[in-house]
Design a protein around this ligand. Structure first.
Ligand SMILES: NC(=O)c1ccc[n+]([C@@H]2O[C@H](COP(=O)([O-])OP(=O)(O)OC[C@H]3O[C@@H](n4cnc5c(N)ncnc54)[C@H](OP(=O)(O)O)[C@@H]3O)[C@@H](O)[C@H]2O)c1
Length: 360
């Protein structure tokens, strides 16, 4: 039941994992209220059938087709639209909804979690994703950044940088912005299986992944240019990222290790570990979801939460920063809610302060 104070929210992403996480977070949010959820494959079907764990909060809500969601947008005076569709699909979908919103005078903000609005130009997107961009005229309406690295979005809409990027950027941007390292960063990232989405394929199938550990797309992962572009925008430094992702034998979470050569001169010797930890703490002093600790972080410190945890150490020449986030929460749905809170001038932490599950 809508109350006038609550802001209606729409989720694009149907039966997908990120979509489910958005519904879970919105159910506990004090200011947003789920108004509709789009499914391409299951319109009319109960949401609780796709997300059994959400049955206590979704009641008899059903998925809607695109036409129903468009009509809903046109009826609302304001709306928060969360994009969680696949890349290559998301841009055209969001464009259609924004066109309806503009025609109806609906005050709409979008946070898109797909890759479609992460690049500054259609050409840059198309060079990586190898298909035409779905809504090139909308690109300038989006900013891609982490909320920890940009106080206020200069655009009406925001593109979430993604899960590997969140963990990597949280670790890397302070090193670059504070001019602590040479601008070549070596990144080893490990993701849980939910990072690959709901549809099972050979490489994500449980018997293949559990009790195993392996690298994939080493130095050639498609998110690498997105990480470099976001890091440059946030730090002012163009850096080379050598990124090797790995498949981890767990469902939720990302662990990233960033290594780089510390800058050192007689006038400014390389910092020791306590100084590095102090620099990271100071950099994130106003970031409510980022904790910096001397102890190495564990994925379970943050799994199923919007928190991130960092640590740093050095041998005097090389710095290693470790960083953990939950891929579905801080790395997708939670990070998107954090941005949407800001876009609607709500408290940044609203609906996001539940701690990690501890055991997942
Ligand atoms: N998984 C993560 O950890 C993670 C982290 C950061 C960012 N992301 C990004 O977030 C997005 C969603 O990821 P995910 O892991 O939730 O993927 P997913 O589990 O594969 O879900 C994507 C969903 O999109 C819907 N869909 C497919 N084709 C569609 C179409 N033509 N029109 C409308 N909806 C369509 C499908 O639901 P219906 O069949 O019900 O329509 C599908 O279940 C992706 O862009 C992904 O790159 C994912």
């Amino acid at each position: 039941m809508s109350t006038p104070e609550r802001i209606p929210a729409i989720v694009l992403g149907g039966t997908g994992y990120v979509s489910g996480e958005l519904l879970r977070l919105l159910a506990a949010h004090p200011h947003f209220e789920l108004a509709g959820i789009l499914s391409d494959s299951q319109p009319g079907e109960p949401v609780a059938k796709a997300f059994r764990h959400l049955a206590p909060v979704v009641g008899d809500l059903a998925f809607e087709a695109q036409a129903g969601i468009e009509a809903l947008v046109a009826r609302l005076s304001r709306v928060a639209i969360f994009g969680a569709a696949p890349h290559g699909v998301s841009a055209a979908l969001i464009d259609a909804l924004l066109t309806r919103a503009e025609a109806a005078g609906t005050d709409a903000h979008v946070v898109d979690i797909s890759a479609d609005f992460r690049y500054a130009s259609a050409a840059a997107y198309e060079a990586v994703y190898k298909h035409p961009h779905g809504a090139p005229a909308r690109i300038a309406q989006f900013t891609c950044a982490l909320p920890e690295h940009l106080a206020r979005a200069p655009t009406r809409h925001v593109a979430h940088p993604g899960c590997f990027s969140t963990a990597t950027l949280l670790a890397s941007v302070p090193l670059l912005a504070l001019d602590l390292v040479e601008p070549t960063l070596f990144v080893a990232g490990v993701t849980g299986s939910t990072g690959s989405g709901r549809k099972p394929v050979e490489g994500t199938h449980h018997p293949q992944r559990h009790s195993d550990f392996y690298a994939y797309n080493a130095l050639a992962h498609r998110h690498t240019p997105e990480i470099a572009a976001c890091a440059a925008a946030a730090s002012g430094i163009t850096a080379d990222f050598a990124f090797v992702p790995h498949s981890g034998p767990f469902a939720r979470g990302i662990h990233v290790t960033v290594q780089a050569t510390l800058k050192s001169s007689p006038a400014r010797p390389a910092p020791d570990a306590p100084a590095l930890l102090g620099a990271l703490r100071e950099f994130y002093r106003d970031a409510p979801f980022v904790a910096v600790a001397a102890e190495t972080p564990h994925v379970k410190d943050v799994a199923a939460s919007n928190y991130a945890r960092l640590s740093a150490t050095t041998n005097g020449r090389t710095v290693a920063v470790t960083s953990v986030v939950d891929n579905l929460n801080k790395g997708a749905a939670g990070g998107a809610v954090q941005w949407m809170n800001r876009l609607f001038e709500l408290p940044e932490t609203a609906g996001l302060t539940a701690p990690a599950a501890g055991w997942t």
